[in-house]
Design a protein around this ligand. Structure first.
Ligand code: ATP
Ligand code: MG
Length: 452
C-alpha cells in the first residue's frame, strides 16, 4: 500500500462489498467517504463503485435479503439498505457532462476502478478504498489532501469545459476544507467561469450556499471572484470598487470577504454579509477632496440583494430576511434597553433576526480600518442588552403584555381596530418605561386616559 492510511468502513458497507466480491465482482468505497475518512472528519454517506452492472448488484443484494431501491439505474446506480443505512452502489463508469452533480448526461460503463476515478472532479475526490486492498489513488489525492490543495483530475481546462459546475464545486471545497486551489486548476476556473451561465440556478445556489457557509469562505471568494461574478454580476461590480474613506482600507469586495468570514456560518448571515454592500458600486460618488461617499447604499443594496436571491431561486424566507438585514445594516441605535425593545418591536419580535443584524454589524465594523471602533462598541453593547432583555422576559410583543383584547372588552371596549391601537399604545408605554407591565396598572391607565 505504501502509506499509513487506515479507514474503518461501516458494517453495512463491508457487507455490501463482501457480497459483490463473493459473487465475482470488484467493489470499492469512493468519493467523499474516502476523502472525509482520511481527514478524520465526519462522513455523511457511503458510496461504492463496482464492476457489477446494476441488475447484478441488485440481484446479489436481494438474494442476501437486503432491500434495494432502483434510484438511478440509467446511471448504473442502485441504493442498498445495509447495516441500517442507505448505500449507493454505482457501476464503474466514465461520463460526459453532469446533469445535477451526481447524474451525468451520458454514461459509458468502463472496466476498471481507475477509469471510474478518472471521471471524478478533483484528486481529493478521486480516491478509492478497499478493506483488504487498501487505498487506490492514481491521481495523488492523498498528497493533495495532506498539502491542502484542490487540483482537477486530468487537464483542468478540459474538465471545466465538460462541466462548469465543477468550478463552483472547487471553490466550495476550498471554502469547506480551507484548501488552496492549485495554480493550473485556478487559472482554468477563471478562464471557464463564463460558462457558469449555462448551469441551473438551483445547482448554482446550492454550491454558493455551501461555499459561503464554509470556514474559509472569504479566501475562497477572493481566490476566484470571476466564478461568483459570473453567476452574480452585482458581486463582480464590487471587485475593484474603491472606498477612499477614513473608514476603509479594502475595496468593497475585499471588505466584504472579511465580513463574510466574521459572520456566523448560517445561510442568512453569510448571504447578508456577501450582499450587505452590494449597493455601493451604484451609489459611489467622489467629492472634490477625492473622498468617496455611498449615500443610500443600504437601501439600494437591499433591493439588489432581494433581486439576486430571487434570481437564484433562494428560499423565500432567506430572500426576505437578507433584504431586511441589508437594508438595516447601517441602523445603529443607542445601546439602551428602550432602544433595544423598540427595535424588537419594529422587527415584529423576531429575536433571531435582530441577533443576526447585530452580528452583521459587528462583522462589518471589524472589517473596517483599524481604530474605527465606535460602531463596533455600540453593536456589542446592544448585543449584551438584547440578551439581558430576553433573559428577563421584558415585553416587546403584544402577546407579552399583561392585558389582552379580552380584558379590554370585559372593561367596556368595543371589538375592532381601536382595541388593537389601545394595546399597541400600552405596549409602547411599557417599552418606554412609563408603565409597569401589570394587569392592574395597564387597565387603570387605559380607563383613566380613555385611550383610543
Ligand atoms: P459532499 O457530499 O460533501 O458534497 P462528495 O465528494 O461526496 O462531497 P458528491 O456531490 O456527493 O460529493 O459526489 C460524490 C462524488 O462524485 C465526488 O466525490 C466526486 O468524486 C464525484 N462527483 C460529483 N460531482 C461531480 C462532478 N460534477 N464532476 C465530476 N465528479 C463529480
Ligand atoms: Mg456525497
Amino acid at each position: 500500500m505504501g502509506n499509513t492510511t487506515n479507514i474503518a468502513i461501516p458494517a453495512g458497507g463491508l457487507l455490501a462489498i463482501e457480497l459483490l466480491e463473493d459473487a465475482g465482482f470488484e467493489a470499492w468505497c469512493v468519493g467523499g467517504f474516502v476523502r472525509d475518512s482520511i481527514r478524520r472528519a465526519p462522513v455523511h454517506d457511503l458510496d461504492i463503485a463496482s464492476s457489477a452492472p446494476w441488475q447484478d448488484a441488485a440481484r446479489v443484494f436481494r438474494r442476501a435479503g437486503l432491500a434495494v431501491h432502483e434510484t438511478g439505474t440509467a446511471f448504473g446506480t442502485v441504493t442498498v439498505i445495509a447495516g441500517g443505512s442507505p448505500i449507493e452502489v454505482t457501476t464503474f463508469r466514465a461520463d460526459g457532462g453532469y446533469r445535477d452533480s451526481r447524474h451525468p448526461e451520458t454514461v459509458a460503463f468502463v472496466g476498471s476502478i481507475d477509469e471510474d476515478l478518472a471521471r471524478r472532479d478533483f484528486t481529493i475526490n478521486a480516491m478509492a478504498w478497499h478493506p483488504t486492498r487498501g487505498l487506490r489513488d492514481p491521481f495523488g489525492g492523498l498528497r493533495d489532501l495532506e498539502a491542502g490543495l484542490i487540483r482537477a483530475v486530468g487537464v483542468p481546462a478540459q474538465r471545466f469545459a465538460e462541466d462548469a459546475l465543477r468550478i463552483l464545486r472547487g471553490i466550495r471545497f476550498a471554502s469547506e476544507l480551507g484548501f488552496s486551489i492549485e495554480g493550473e486548476t485556478l487559472a482554468a476556473m477563471q478562464a471557464h467561469a463564463c460558462s457558469l451561465g449555462a448551469i441551473s440556478v438551483e445547482r448554482v445556489f446550492s454550491e454558493l450556499d455551501r461555499m459561503l457557509c464554509g470556514d474559509a469562505a472569504g479566501s475562497a471568494l477572493l481566490a476566484c471572484p470571476e466564478a461568483v461574478a459570473a453567476v452574480i454580476p452585482e458581486v463582480g461590480a464590487m471587485a475593484g470598487c474603491p472606498q477612499n474613506t477614513p473608514y476603509h482600507i479594502y475595496d468593497v469586495l475585499g471588505h466584504t470577504a472579511r465580513v463574510v468570514d466574521g459572520s456566523p456560518a448560517t445561510s442568512l448571515s453569510r448571504w447578508s454579509a456577501l450582499l450587505h454592500d452590494v449597493g455601493k458600486p451604484a451609489c459611489r460618488t467622489t467629492d472634490a477632496a477625492g473622498r468617496d461617499h455611498f449615500k443610500g447604499h443600504a437601501h439600494v443594496g437591499a433591493r439588489i440583494a432581494h433581486d439576486v436571491l430571487a434570481r437564484l431561486k433562494a428560499p423565500t424566507k432567506l430572500r426576505e430576511e437578507a433584504h431586511l438585514l441589508v437594508s438595516y445594516h447601517e441602523w445603529f441605535m443607542p445601546p439602551t434597553e428602550t432602544a433595544v425593545l423598540r427595535a424588537l418591536r419594529k422587527l415584529d419580535g423576531r429575536v433571531d433576526l435582530f441577533r443576526a443584524l447585530l452580528a452583521l454589524q459587528v462583522a462589518d465594523s471589524l472589517a473596517k480600518a483599524p481604530g474605527i471602533t465606535e460602531r463596533l462598541e455600540a453593536a456589542r453593547a446592544t448585543q449584551g442588552i438584547l440578551e439581558e432583555v430576553i433573559a428577563r422576559g421584558a415585553p416587546f410583543t403584544l402577546a407579552q403584555l399583561a392585558v389582552n383584547g379580552g380584558d379590554l372588552i370585559a372593561a367596556g371596549w368595543q371589538p375592532g381596530p381601536e382595541l388593537g391601537q389601545t394595546l399597541a399604545q400600552l405596549l409602547d408605554a411599557v417599552i418606554d418605561g412609563e408603565l409597569e407591565n401589570s394587569r392592574e396598572t395597564l387597565l387603570a391607565y387605559a380607563l383613566t386616559h380613555r385611550l383610543t
